[in-house]
Design a protein around this ligand. Structure first.
Ligand code: IDC
Length: 485
């Protein structure tokens, strides 16, 4: 401890001081030669003591040094990790060298260099501009790893300039975001599973129509979704009509690319939603859909965090017509992104047919002929009460389900909230680990908007008094209980 170091130092000093006094006494008595010998012995002993003190200061650091580590972004074949060293001490660390065990191959590194690697043991040093770590300061660096497997291993057995750092502080920020923890998702039985085969539930928010509410998609809002709201997934509602995609396909592709990158860099899953609504026949714009999904899966198929929702809400068409559309679009996605989960909208505004006098039975009897797919169910709690809830419950355990959109309001997106009805759905979905996405992360003026009007003209805060009752309720449901994965 610093106190121990200080008291040992003063002990050495007092020995030296006594030595000087003793020397003066002995000199007076004419024993000069002997004194010189004793003097050099004492000096030698003191030097040894000081040297061992210096060693002790290195092996038992006075104040905690911490190595940060966090997986930022993963894809099929690798991930990016952010790392750093925090100097909790009051003196500068000159010329840092960090050693650790790490089971991956670092392909590319920035703001640091690998000075040696032997098996799993790495040694890194800083670059010229961050070679020292100031008192109470930090240095940041990062790297890219190539791996097709698990991404959750982290640095162990850290040593900073020879000093051991306990594992609890050797990778202090554990891979803590939804994508880093869960990686590539897949359908297992009727559930959604993470990369290690464990059933999980994702909870998140849908945007409003991107042609109307893209002003809500700013950096501070994405930050709030990832941290304050604890969202696992964001759904990008790319309307095909109503002033949306078909007015500017190239422009919307580029904007989707940018939003996907922003969401991905914050460790959340993205649902790329082809938001057909009016007309309700997914074949009406199938040419556009084929081109859109070809582009999206080619551009983003390398990422682990993309789910493709091929048709928001088919309506006025048969289940067979929807299957025909799925048979057309899914192979295009699969060619570029073989392992992504694909979400298939269902009959009657994704009510599993219930809103058009049918039900999940026709899907169970005649499923889409593709693997790794889930069926969408949408509900608006004030309109879709027991009849829809019971129909939904009949499908659970029979077909894979994902609630890619729900509101606490009426199906118009407006009117009073029915939180009691919504809570019954929430309980059912929690019990069966069915993922859900709430409508809508926007300030568009309906009661289903999470924010009061004009919130998206500001930079937040994205909580507190700017939340509508629906927004406050959805945020609470996402935060409590916390994710179980
Ligand atoms: C609503 C929007 C509203 C818009 C309307 C028509 O909130 O601003 O004018 O669409 O485009 C859905 C749809 C979703 C609807 C929502 C609420 O997927 O696009 O948004 N809803 O009506 N299905 C059931 C309800």
């Amino acid at each position: 401890s610093p106190t121990a170091n200080r008291s040992t130092t003063s002990l050495v000093e007092s020995i030296l001081m006594k030595n000087v006094l003793m020397k003066q006494v002995l000199m007076k008595q004419g024993f000069m030669k002997k004194v010189s010998m004793e003097d050099s012995l004492i000096r030698h002993a003191a030097r040894c003591l000081l040297a061992s003190l210096a060693l002790a200061a290195v092996s038992v650091p006075a104040i905690a040094q911490t190595v940060d580590y966090k997986v930022r972004e993963t894809w099929n074949g690798g991930f990016v990790a952010d790392a750093g060293i925090r100097n909790g001490g009051s003196s500068r660390i000159a010329g840092w060298k960090l050693e650790f065990d790490y089971p991956y191959t670092i392909r590319e590194i920035w703001s640091a260099r690998i000075v040696s690697r032997s098996g799993q043991r790495y040694a890194l040093r800083g670059e010229s501009w961050n070679v020292d770590i100031p008192a109470s300061g930090r240095v940041d660096f990062g790297w890219v790893v190539d791996t097709s497997g698990d991404t959750t291993a982290r640095p162990r057995n850290c040593r900073l300039n020879g000093t051991a750092i306990p594992d609890s502080r050797c990778a202090a920020l554990v891979a803590g975001n939804p994508v880093a923890i869960n990686g590539q998702l897949r359908v297992c039985g009727t559930r959604l599973c993470n990369q290690s085969g464990r059933a999980i539930q994702l909870r998140g928010m849908s945007t409003h129509g991107l042609q109307w509410s893209s002003k809500c998609l700013k950096d501070s809002a994405f930050d709030a979704l990832a941290r304050d709201w604890g969202a696992d997934v964001v759904r990008l509602a790319m309307y095909v009509r109503e002033g949306g995609y078909n007015t500017d396909p190239a422009g919307y592709k580029a904007r989707m690319d940018a939003w996907i990158a922003e969401i991905s860099s914050r460790g959340m899953y993205v649902i790329v939603d082809w938001h057909i609504l009016t007309p309700g026949d997914p074949m009406a714009d199938v040419g556009l859909a084929k081109d859109f999904f070809q582009y999206m899966s080619k551009k983003h198929g390398w990422r682990k965090n993309i789910l493709y929702e091929i048709a928001n809400e088919p309506n006025g068409v048969s289940w067979n017509r929807i299957r025909q559309y799925a048979d057309t679009v899914i192979p295009i996605i699969r060619a570029n992104d073989p392992d992504a989960v694909v979400l298939v909208g269902t009959r009657g505004w994704s009510s599993l047919g219930l809103s058009e006098g049918a039900g999940p039975e026709e899907i169970i009897a005649n499923p889409v002929n593709a693997s790794n797919i889930m069926y969408s169910f949408h509900f608006y709690a004030a309109s879709h009460t027991d009849y829809h809830r019971e129909g939904f419950a009949r499908a659970i355990g029979r077909i894979p389900l994902f609630v890619t959109e729900f509101g606490t309001t009426a199906h118009t997106g407006n009117g009073d909230n029915d939180f009691a009805s919504a809570q019954r759905y929430i309980d059912l979905m929690a019990q069966h680990k069915i993922s859900w996405v709430n409508w809508a992360f926007s300030d568009h003026g309906q009661t289903s908007a999470a924010f009061i009007r004009n919130t998206c003209s500001t930079d937040g805060p994205w909580n507190g008094s700017v939340l509508t009752p629906s927004g406050a309720w959805a945020r609470d449901k996402m935060r409590v209980p916390a994710d179980s994965f």
